[in-house]
Design a protein around this ligand. Sequence first.
Ligand code: ZN
Length: 234
Amino acid sequence: MLPIQTALTDIAFAQLLNQCSTAPPPNILDAIQFAAERHQFQRRAGADVPYVNHPITVALILQRVAGVTDQNILMAAVLHDVVEDTGTKITEIENRFGKEVAGYVAEVTDDKTFSKLEIKKAQIERVRAASLGARMIKVADKIHNCYSLLSAPKEWDRVRVQGYACWSLAVVNAAFSNMSMKETAQYSHLLEMFYMIGSLPYYDDYLKARILILPATDRERTEMLKMFYLSLEK
Ligand code: ZN
């Protein structure tokens, strides 16, 4: 089939590039090519767009909103889902992009041997203890995932949409916990963007009404998070 032939050609071509003696150290374009190849048969959940649009956007959020210029963090942002979603090994990331990039990717990769609920709870605790780069990748990831909820499929109920947003907020809060004032100030625009997206309304097909991505009060958020966790146990 044509897509597989294309994939083989891309892999072979990337290897050819890597063998070139004048090739510079890997940069963001290498990461984009690698992620595009690995995610090539995946689409975003509930939307008919190529999956790779997501990790590229996560890197763009870090660069544009938080002013991140560290190439290792930006490359890791582009690669943040390849291990979790495509079976790529961390060692492969390390060989192609170096230890630091592989380290960030490992920090933001879920352990899929856990149950769905355990994965969600573990993410909050793991991000709290993660490096600053990994924390910010996680926050940008949640920003884009919550933005994508605006076009959630009709069959996604309120718990799936608002519950996901409430859990995302818990992850974002954990990412910003134990930060120095300087770091908090440096990345505050990410927090602002998360809340801005959370305050946008989406159309809920069950309620036949527009409701906010993120419930407005702490009490509603706590309730919705509980319901979200319960829904994952089913
Ligand atoms: Zn992601």
